[in-house]
Design a protein around this ligand. Structure first.
Ligand code: NAD
Length: 436
């Protein structure tokens, strides 16, 4: 494969990037880099508006769970920027999620919505809880408690949540039900939440949209580079919604999945893994824990195995300054949000490894959420074929925008993606005028 030459870019970093990088540090560093690229286009006082979230809220949830006791959970909602439209972004449920993580993820949503071209701003929520330790009924109660407590924030014109790590389609159904219950109607007028079951106004293909979008982005970038997806060796980190669907879609396109892992187990076989067996085990057991369908490997080693395409689809900060020099992939397709730190980015860039950045690569989910939002607003139902063909067209168009910009300016794809996204948000801010 050809090495890609990048022009050295001056940065005016205002946010420190060190060994203990957080999602927030990394999001700010990526924004600083984009602002440096836009140096003569965005005045400094306006740049502060892009840096600072519009609203950060911390909530306390105190549901009574099945043990009869009141449990207290913290939750967060961040609305980063609504210049382009209502804030859009998933609900992360994790025992370690912080307000700063949610702020970083909300900011990423601002750029992602702008880049994929949907009329939404960026938002995100977090619930500090371990979904793997909650009984299904308790998780439902917690989700309903979140909805009730966050009610004043969730509205089709204000903030529209969706699934993220630790939450799913079923949870979004409970949110819709809790809202319609409190409004007093059987349903809601307009889309308060996306990623719902189809029977409740969801859209066919939303659950698969992010993973399918990852596979479409990979196919498009390889095509542009003259590389072939059939026969390519792929490793996928994370076997939840995004990772498992991306693995299946890439396998359907002819790639060989040689490594996968979730939080509990990692598998590797250079001759190809029995993907269907792994998928059905995960569907049956909720994870790959205890699966014996393939040879196992240590988690840290899996990321460093030779492959053509590495798909980090688990969580943030997985490819860092400490392991980037040992990554042997040719392409990294960021299914997760923020899996690569800026320090790792620089190492990968030097080594000629092409990164398909998260705000492009995993934007299929929010694009199909937008289709769900418009469908529900108009009380229509869109068939799966239409959803998939619109997703494919949009992923192709936006890959072309990012990779043409990167080629013309000799930037990395992340720099090009951030440049296009931040510029679009800035143009929307400008068009709205300087409000007092
Ligand atoms: P999920 O909860 O369905 O799955 C997460 C998977 O990652 C699970 O298999 C889990 O076991 C695994 N995992 C967690 N920590 C891990 C670790 N340290 N090492 C290996 N595996 C680990 O979540 P998801 O919806 O698939 O989201 C995954 C990522 O994709 C997140 O970063 C999320 O923000 C991002 N994302 C999701 C969507 C969406 O539509 N769901 C859209 C855009 C981006």
């Amino acid at each position: 494969m050809k090495r890609i030459e990048y022009r050295h870019l001056p940065t005016t970093r205002t946010h420190p990037v060190g060994a203990n990088e957080s999602l927030y540090d990394n999001a700010m560093a990526n924004l600083d880099r984009a602002l440096a690229l836009l140096d003569r286009e965005i005045p400094h006082d306006w740049a502060a508006k892009l840096r600072t979230p519009k609203e950060r809220t911390e909530l306390r949830l105190s549901p009574q769970l099945s043990d009869g006791r009141i449990h207290t959970f913290r939750a967060f909602i961040v609305k980063h920027n609504d210049a382009l439209g209502p804030c859009k972004g998933g609900i992360r449920m994790s025992p370690t999620v912080t307000l700063d993580d949610v702020t970083a993820l909300a900011m990423e949503m601002t750029w992602k919505c702008a880049l994929i071209g949907v009329p939404f701003g960026g938002g995100k929520s977090g619930i500090v809880a371990d979904p793997t330790r909650l009984k299904p009924d308790d998780k439902q109660v917690l989700i309903r408690s979140f909805t009730r407590t966050a009610h004043r924030h969730i509205h089709p014109l204000v903030y529209v949540p969706a699934p993220d790590m630790g939450t799913n389609e079923t949870d979004m159904g409970y949110i819709k039900d809790a809202i319609s219950y409190s409004l007093g109607y059987a349903t809601t007028q307009g889309s308060y939440v996306t990623g719902k079951p189809v029977i409740l106004g969801g859209i066919p293909g939303r659950r698969e949209a992010t993973g399918r979008g990852v596979a479409l982005a990979v196919a498009e970038v390889l095509r542009r580079r003259g590389d072939s997806l059939p026969g390519a060796h792929v490793i996928v980190q994370g076997f939840g919604n995004v990772g498992s669907v991306a693995a299946r879609a890439l396998a359907e396109a002819g790639a060989s999945i040689i490594g996968v892992c979730d939080a509990y187990a990692a598998f590797y076989d250079a001759r190809g893994l029995p993907l269907e067996a792994l998928l059905s085990y995960a569907a049956q057991h909720g994870s790959l824990k205890g699966c014996r369908a393939a040879p196992t490997v240590a988690h840290a080693q899996l990321l460093e195995k030779p492959c053509d395409i590495l798909v980090p689809a688990a969580t943030g900060n997985q490819i860092t300054g400490s392991n980037a020099s040992r990554i042997k992939a040719r392409y990294i397709a960021e299914g997760a949000n923020g899996p690569t730190t800026p320090q790792a980015d620089r190492i990968l860039q030097r080594r000629g490894i092409e990164v398909i950045p998260d705000i492009l690569c995993n934007a299929g989910g929010v694009f199909v959420s937008y289709l769900e939002y418009t469908q529900e607003t108009q009380a229509e139902q869109m068939p799966l074929e239409e959803v998939m063909s619109r997703l494919e067209r949009r992923m192709r168009e936006r890959c072309a925008l990012v990779f043409d910009t990167a080629r013309d300016r000799r930037w990395t794809a992340r720099e090009a993606a951030m440049y296009c996204a931040v510029k679009a948000v800035w143009q929307a801010l400008q068009a709205r005028g300087a409000l007092p």
